[in-house]
Design a protein around this ligand. Structure first.
Ligand code: F6P
Length: 524
């Protein structure tokens, strides 16, 4: 008897499954939630749907059998060499630096590229197997940019979308990639390509038009694969749909008595500081952790703050530990934290509480609720969902968010305290403003931030994306007048905030801060 494999009308494909296979010291395996924003966002959207998720289980070796965990999980196996060349190599040693402003140098190796192609092809075949006729397939992120065209060649009946969770680089940086045309042609196998910010979508369109001489018009690219007739040309739409968080789920979690109690306990464990600063990131050089520590150290040295009245809780989730740049970052962060603590900690009250571990959702919600100031200071970040998670957990309207203008989240969260993390003086001032903010302004800012994240949560994002994919290459709907007004208010806040931050760095008093507090307030 032949067993027919199940097929699904919705298939999601990402480098990682939502759960990772992890082995303990005795070689016993368990499943654990995967790291990163992609899984945090997609998991609530996918749970309970009759859908499949195709991905890697996070360990080299043969793929475990498919299983069900709120959805059908279909694993793609990677050999140890493929993990090195496709995941650590091409994805995170070539693409990741190029897509993040070359904060560290990118490496180009033809062997890595060949393995990237092989693995993308394996993903395409795995998706083709589980996709029902005319199914919708949603491919995610930079690790799988060749999948759309490979999949279309196997299954022309499918509706295929791709979403870029990280920034899409400007032409000048993308042009460095020896495989730039193949990557773009891989993406253009999709019907719709989604990006975090309008600037990312525009960068992609410029790469198509200016660098590769393709026909672009408005937000579309028309592309004819080589060897095909012009009549076989396809039009692909490109758009910005910023990812978000499960606002209601996090809000509800942060209101539960155990989380509220744990938040108080965290503060007590740290010696009950008057002000608790918090940073939560994967330990990645894009996150501006060095800059944050430098600003914090200088504030202590300047005596603008002092320990134990102020404590910094630094949660750095282990990430990509086999890659040199990540190892080096870890050594630097370990060393800097050690130096700060050696000089400024008091018995029972660390100046920096450093945690290099992953935590449960409950524990994270408690940390967010405990922190007076959240420091989100990336040098470049597609979105940064931690900023939105913090806002979603602050049902008490407490807390203030310091946010880098280089995080995608900044393009929505204009009531945060803007910072340019390269400008250490400016970053210090942003932290001090967030610490010293009057109670009523803090509440007003947090209220505005929460309103925005609540209205544009992860379900809004997924539905908007799937609607755009269903109607591509046409647009699903027009922007409403209310939407335009919201955008106008946000743009005004953005301009004032940026100007205020620049002037504050230059040492001037700030009229803009006063004006900013009024943006979006009802007239009168
Ligand atoms: O969003 C960027 C991203 O690479 C995701 O694709 C991924 O889930 C997350 O960061 C974590 O990275 P990694 O899978 O390399 O641990």
């Amino acid at each position: 008897m032949t067993v027919v494999a199940p097929t699904f009308d919705l298939v999601v494909a990402a480098n990682r499954l939502p759960v990772d296979l992890v082995f303990d010291a005795d070689g016993k395996s368990t499943w654990q939630r995967s790291p990163g924003g992609l899984v945090a966002a997609m998991d609530p959207v996918m749970r309970g749907r009759d859908a499949a998720w195709v991905g890697w289980a996070g360990e080299p070796g043969p793929a475990p059998e498919p299983f069900s965990d709120g959805m059908h999980l279909q694993q793609v196996a990677l050999s140890p060499t493929e993990v090195q060349e496709y995941y650590e190599g091409f994805s995170n040693g070539t693409l990741w630096p190029i897509y993040h402003d070359v904060i560290v140098q990118a490496s180009f190796h033809r062997t890595w590229w060949n393995t990237y192609r092989t693995v993308n092809n394996r993903f395409a075949m795995a998706i083709a197997k589980v996709a029902a006729p005319c199914a919708t397939v949603w491919v995610h992120d930079y690790q799988l940019q060749l999948v759309p065209a490979m999949l279309r060649a196997l299954r022309p009946d499918l509706r295929i979308g791709w979403f870029d969770h990280i920034p899409f680089p400007p032409v000048e940086l993308f042009a460095q990639l020896p495989w730039r045309r193949a990557l773009v042609e891989g993406l253009l196998g999709a019907d719709f390509l989604g990006f975090q910010r309008t600037a990312d979508a525009e960068n992609f369109l410029r790469v198509c038009g200016q660098l590769l001489g393709m026909a672009t018009k408005g937000d579309t690219v028309t592309f004819t694969p080589s060897g095909k007739d012009l009549a076989d040309g396809r039009t692909v739409r490109v758009g910005a749909i910023p990812i978000s968080v499960d606002f209601q789920g996090l809000d509800a979690l942060a209101r539960t008595p155990p989380v509220v109690a744990r938040a108080a306990e965290i503060r007590a464990c740290l010696g009950d500081p008057k002000i608790l600063l918090l940073g939560v990131d994967r330990l990645d050089y894009t996150k501006g952790i060095r800059h944050r520590l430098k600003a914090y150290l200088e504030l202590l040295q300047d005596k603008a703050i002092s320990s134990p009245e102020v404590t910094l809780m630094l949660v750095a989730l282990p990430s990509r530990e086999h890659i040199d740049a990540y190892r080096q970052l870890r050594e630097e962060v370990d060393g800097t934290v050690g130096r700060i603590n050696g000089k400024y900690s008091a018995m029972g009250s660390p100046a920096v509480q450093y945690l290099h571990q992953a935590f449960s959702r409950e524990e994270m919600a408690a940390m967010f609720l405990a922190a007076d100031v959240m420091l989100v200071t990336p040098l470049r970040d597609g979105m940064n969902l931690v900023a939105k998670e913090y806002v979603a957990c602050r049902h008490d309207l407490g807390g203030a968010l310091v946010l880098s203008e280089f995080a995608g989240a900044w393009h929505e969260l204009h009531q945060a305290f803007i910072c340019n993390p390269h400008d250490i003086e400016g970053l210090k001032q942003a932290i001090m403003r967030a610490i010293d903010i009057p109670e009523d302004e803090r509440r007003r800012r947090m209220k505005a931030l929460r309103k925005l994240v609540a209205a544009h949560d992860v379900y809004w994002w997924a539905n908007s994306y799937l609607e755009a994919l269903a109607s591509a290459p046409d647009r699903p709907h027009r922007a409403t007048r209310a939407g335009n007004e919201e955008r106008r208010v946000a743009e005004r806040a953005n301009t004032l905030n940026r100007r205020a931050s620049d002037r504050a760095s230059e040492g001037e008093g700030s009229e803009e801060h006063r004006l900013l507090a009024d943006v979006g307030k009802p007239p009168g």
